[in-house]
Unconditional design. Structure first.
Length: 140
C-alpha cells in the first residue's frame, strides 16, 4: 500500500480543486455504494451525491485546508481514513466558515474511490455552548 498521507494529500488537493471549480467532476470519485453525510443528511450513490453537491446554494467557493490526517484502515480492501479541517469562503464573503470532513478511501484497480464522506460546518458561538452542545457524563 502507498503511504497513506501521500495518497490522502493528493486526493484532498484534487477533491477540493474540483469541488471549487466544477462539482460535477467529482462523480468519478464515488460509486453506487458510496455514502455522503452532509450536515447530518445522508445521500447514497454517485447520482444522489453529485446532485446534492451541485445543488448547494453558493456559486463560488474556495477551500483552505488547515489540517489533514490519514491512517490506513484494516478492512478487507486496502483503504485509508482521512480527516480534513479547514475554512471555506463562499460567494465573496469575507468571513470564512470552518469545516471538518472525513473520507474513507477504498482501493480499487490501483486507484481509490470515496466509500464514505462526512461533511460538517463547525459553527461556534457562545450561544451554541450554552444551549446546543452535546454533554458527556463522566460516569465511569
Amino acid at each position: 500500500m502507498s503511504n497513506p498521507t501521500d495518497v490522502a494529500t493528493q486526493f484532498v488537493q484534487f477533491y477540493y480543486e474540483k469541488f471549487d471549480s466544477d462539482r460535477s467532476q467529482l462523480a468519478p470519485l464515488y460509486r453506487d455504494q458510496s455514502m455522503l453525510t452532509f450536515e447530518a443528511n445522508p445521500y447514497v450513490g454517485t447520482t444522489n451525491i453529485v446532485k446534492k453537491l451541485q445543488e448547494l446554494s453558493f456559486t463560488k467557493v474556495s477551500h483552505q485546508v488547515h489540517t489533514l490526517d490519514a491512517q490506513p484502515s484494516n478492512s478487507s480492501n486496502p483503504s485509508i481514513i482521512v480527516l480534513v479541517t479547514g475554512a471555506l469562503l463562499v460567494d465573496g464573503e469575507e468571513n470564512p466558515l470552518k469545516f471538518s470532513q472525513a473520507f474513507h478511501l477504498v482501493q480499487e484497480n490501483g486507484t481509490y474511490f470515496v466509500l464514505n464522506d462526512v461533511f460538517r460546518l463547525v459553527l461556534v458561538s457562545s450561544f451554541f455552548f450554552r444551549s446546543q452542545a452535546v454533554r458527556f457524563s463522566s460516569s465511569l
